[in-house]
Design a protein. Structure first.
Length: 304
């Protein structure tokens, strides 16, 4: 009888975790947390927010600290390890006030996943979400910062059915039944009054006949490289074909290529804050990333 095979002494190496994948997952979980908060699912919103923080901050450390193993994605209860590393960051330290609030969030998260009774409020989850959006954007994960407390219908604070198990749901902020007929009646009265008084219902010919600018009237600089598809206020990404690392310059132009604040890998998200400036026959844009402002050539950026 042949002897049984001995188990392998070593495990095969795990697939590498890309920082860009962690950052993209962080953005998705942050958006999911916002959607759950609007529905009044406070516990689920907190779980998504914690996952967004863990993966987003871990992606930054994995990209710029050359960590061998991602901390938070390997064990989501180790967010304090990531916060400790960031508070001691030599160039971009995490603010002590923000760190304390995120430590508290992690404490509530830990008690929640262990089945302890946790009382949450919309205000507390919303406050953590504001801190998380500020911290994530500081470390390269650009998310939409919530500006005002969401309006939640009273029905939304009741225990909602699990998304998998189904069940009826109540629409948020449903208008009263009498509102639509009343608005229609008021609109009909206004139209009838306008007809009787002879008020014109269309724009004067002088307005509609004004010449509009055609494509041939646009300045020629619009056809230069690095101009198409970009504008201030957008979130853009470093193109995969822009090279291994793209330098964030202090000034636009190839002459300032040695004045680099930091180097950006492909798929890094940046906030476009100003531009364009024409230099070397191409467009340059001022961007903000990792709490640093600088200039990138438009040919190295894309909007997704």
């Amino acid at each position: 009888m042949p002897a049984p095979l001995a188990p392998p002494t070593t495990l095969p190496p795990a697939a590498p975790v890309l920082p860009s994948a962690l950052q993209a997952s962080s953005q998705q979980k942050f958006a999911l947390s916002q959607a759950r908060l609007r529905r009044g699912w406070l516990e689920l919103a907190l779980l998504s927010l914690h996952g967004s923080l863990a993966e987003g901050l871990d992606g930054y450390l994995l990209l710029y600290q050359q960590l061998a193993v991602p901390l938070a994605s390997a064990d989501p209860t180790r967010l304090p390890d990531v916060l400790n590393r960031l508070t001691q960051h030599p160039a971009l330290p995490l603010a002590a006030e923000d760190a304390e609030r995120l430590y508290l969030l992690d404490d509530v998260y830990t008690r929640l996943i262990h089945g302890e009774a946790v009382v949450l409020s919309v205000e507390s989850v919303f406050g953590w979400m504001q801190v998380a959006s500020r911290v994530l954007t500081r470390y390269g994960v650009v998310v939409a910062t919530p500006e005002s407390l969401p309006r939640i219908a009273p029905e939304a604070t009741r225990p909602a059915p699990h998304p998998i198990s189904g069940g009826a749901s109540t629409p948020l902020n449903a208008p009263p039944r009498w509102l639509v007929p009343t608005l229609l009646a008021a609109l009909i009265i206004l139209l009838a009054t306008g007809i009787l008084l002879g008020i014109p219902t269309s724009a004067p010919p002088s307005l509609s006949s004004r010449p509009t600018a055609s494509n041939t009237d646009l300045p020629s600089i619009a056809n230069l490289p690095g101009m198409d598809g970009l504008q201030a206020g957008q979130v853009a990404y470093v193109r995969a074909d822009a090279g291994d690392l793209v330098g964030l310059q202090r000034r636009p132009g190839a002459a300032a290529s040695a004045e680099v604040r930091l180097n950006l890998a492909s798929d890094t998200a940046v906030q476009v804050i100003a531009g364009p400036v024409i230099a070397d026959q191409q467009g340059w844009w001022q961007v903000r990333v990792f709490n640093q402002d600088g200039w990138l050539r438009g040919t190295a950026l894309e909007v997704r």
